[in-house]
Write a protein that binds this ligand. Structure first.
Ligand SMILES: C[S@@+](CC[C@H](N)C(=O)[O-])C[C@H]1O[C@@H](n2cnc3c(N)ncnc32)[C@H](O)[C@@H]1O
Length: 323
């Protein structure tokens, strides 16, 4: 049974002294050292309520809000206090963003659907913060980062569906570095969602983080002390989900084709701007092993790129150059 946390407050019910000035606009770098009174400060990975104040101040047209991963309820408490109709869902209350439609669960579309997910497998929620055992669909128990990226893509699609045409959907997410390997969770979200719907990327400073408290005198790279507040706007006249998916597939295919053009051009550059097919194959196999592993017909792909890309031309049989 899904437990739905729904609030519909009118601003008139709130004393004028604590009403927020929704005229104040914020810049794209947000920093709030205090988390404020909202939500539960002991909830691991909770965020400052001031972020949500800034968000609702900025988007004054937002009157209804849903957080499908409300955790301790910070976003919902702020939304409620600012007079928005707010719906809070979470796996801990029986709602599963990977299996249940947000729109069908709350029974409507909202002006803004915004999540604050676990940051991949950095630490577990079910079985740790709540409940006795790990839940298999808890994003914090994803099997690896690739699994998380795919799940997060599905959550964002679910949020988009629950957003009114012209409304906003988004997420607050951070990047990770573990054992020297940097994983950009936000970059994957940006890459997988429709680029033409992206409206804002803001940086949120992180305060009181473990990395910020420790002094990493021997650390080579900057410690990560920021997160990203990502926002997309659903088109005013959205087309069908099948159209959306085919547009996303087209964008991914175009990106892959572009990556191949770069690989071939880079090899051509390294070979002095003119090379035989054999030399190009050799150079590419040295410099792009991952790409090759995922495409058994990579040599045919290289020939196709040379033939269809105007920046390459055939100078003699089996020899190509920059046009
Ligand atoms: C970073 S916490 C949210 C914290 C919240 N912003 C706060 O201030 O308390 C992430 C939440 O995502 C929830 N979650 C993980 N997987 C989920 C899923 N499949 N469906 C819904 N919620 C999920 C977890 O239970 C956790 O409460």
């Amino acid at each position: 049974m899904v437990q739905l946390h729904s609030f519909n407050f009118k601003t008139e019910w709130i004393p004028t002294s604590i009403r927020y000035n929704r005229k104040e606009k914020k810049m794209s770098i947000l920093s709030f050292p205090e988390r404020g009174k909202w939500g539960d400060s002991n909830w691991r990975g909770n965020c400052s309520g001031h972020i949500y104040q800034a968000l609702f101040n900025q988007y004054k047209d937002v009157k209804s809000f849903c957080d499908p991963m409300m955790g301790s309820g910070t976003s919902i408490a702020v939304a409620k206090e600012m007079g928005l109709t707010a719906y809070g869902l979470d796996l801990h209350s029986g709602f599963n963003a990977l299996r249940h439609s947000i729109r069908d669960t709350i029974g409507q579309e909202v002006d803004m659907c915004h999540s604050h997910p676990p940051y991949s497998t950095i630490f577990g929620y079910s079985g740790c913060v709540w409940g006795d055992t790990p839940h298999p669909d808890d994003l914090s128990h994803s099997s690896n980062h690739e699994d998380f990226h795919e799940k997060m893509h599905l959550v964002l699609m679910n949020q988009r569906e629950a957003t009114k045409p012209g409304g906003y959907y988004g997420t607050l997410i951070g990047d990770l570095r573990k054992n020297g390997a940097y994983t950009s969770l936000q970059a994957e979200c940006l890459t997988r969602m429709p680029a033409n719907e992206l409206v804002s990327v803001a940086i949120k400073a992180q305060h009181n983080t473990v990395s910020g408290r420790n002094t990493y005198s021997k650390m080579k790279h900057f410690a990560i002390t920021h997160e990203y507040l990502l926002l997309w706007q659903k088109p005013k006249a959205p087309l069908s989900i099948l159209f959306d998916l085919s547009e996303m597939a087209k964008a991914q295919a175009a990106r892959l084709q572009s990556a191949w053009r770069v690989i071939v051009a880079h090899a051509m550059m390294a070979l002095g701007g003119k090379a035989s097919l054999g030399d190009l194959y050799k150079k590419i196999s040295e410099s792009a092993p991952d790409k090759l592993k995922s495409n058994e017909n990579w040599q045919a792909k290289v020939r196709q790129i040379l033939q269809v890309t105007p920046k390459f031309c055939s100078v003699e049989r089996g020899v190509w150059a920059f046009a």
